[in-house]
Design a protein around this ligand. Sequence first.
Ligand code: ADP
Ligand code: MG
Length: 293
Amino acid sequence: SLPPEGTGSVGRVVHLGILIKGPEVLESTRKVDTVVLDKTGTVTTGRMSLLAVHTADGTDESEVLRLAGALEHASEHPIAAAVAAGAVERVGAVPTPEDFANVPGLGVQGVVDGHAVLVGRSKLLAEWAMELPEGLACAKSDAEAAGRTAIAVAWDGEARAVLEVADAVKDTSAEAITRLRELGLTPILLTGDNRAVAETVAAEVGIDEVVAEVMPQDKVDAVKRLQAEGRSVAMVGDGVNDAAALAQADLGLSMSTGTDAAIEAGDLTLVRGDLRAAADAIRLARKTLGTIK
Ligand code: ADP
Ligand code: MG
């Protein structure tokens, strides 16, 4: 929604790179004491790249890239974009899947060249009673210890590869966290990603509390739990997965770079996808209310 024009403080908020749903939103910012931040696309750029491919014994790397790339080409997840682009770069064009489905919070599954293919968390493979052989399990834990996301690839009932993908922390995120702390707010990182990856990102930007490996539908419960502890919660997010949590939060801040669902669910939109604007919005709103009252 467009901001009202010529309304003084609201106009200034717009000038700072924040779109606000209405002046009543400012009131919620006063009580907020906790800021829950989604990881991918919010604290990090969300633009991932494929950094390495580890194959099981006897598995051909280009076959991994063809089959995984084909499925991920059909998905809109930031990880999928990295895998698809990396695959096309290394093996040329990838086939069109005969069948495809997103498995929210876990990965993708489908049929490519007659093979039943899975790409995603090892939990997705576990649902089909598959597990990573020792070599791939090692590659996965090494990648995660280094702060990268490890994606498993399986087809025809066997785990065949682990892909390493990573995205960069936005260069404005650490400063944004400092500013939020200066306002007396406690930052918490909330993500569906692996705990080791989440903790690496959290440490890089100065967040101490991490809630990781949360399924998309459970993000809203994480916010409710904090509220049940008596906290007043601001949530910052960008994904379809974040929409319910943004709506549940006392204050929802969405990234303009995010999905429409997230933008609609939020009370405020951070225009340049710059997290520092979250701190600016809260500080300005508090100051404005202070002078008005
Ligand atoms: P986040 O909360 O960080 O935005 P999601 O809930 O979208 O993450 O996804 C959680 C995890 O599920 C990802 O970190 C990844 O391991 C896996 N995943 C989800 N979608 C895909 C996909 N298309 N390809 C590979 N892995 C995926
Ligand atoms: Mg996200």
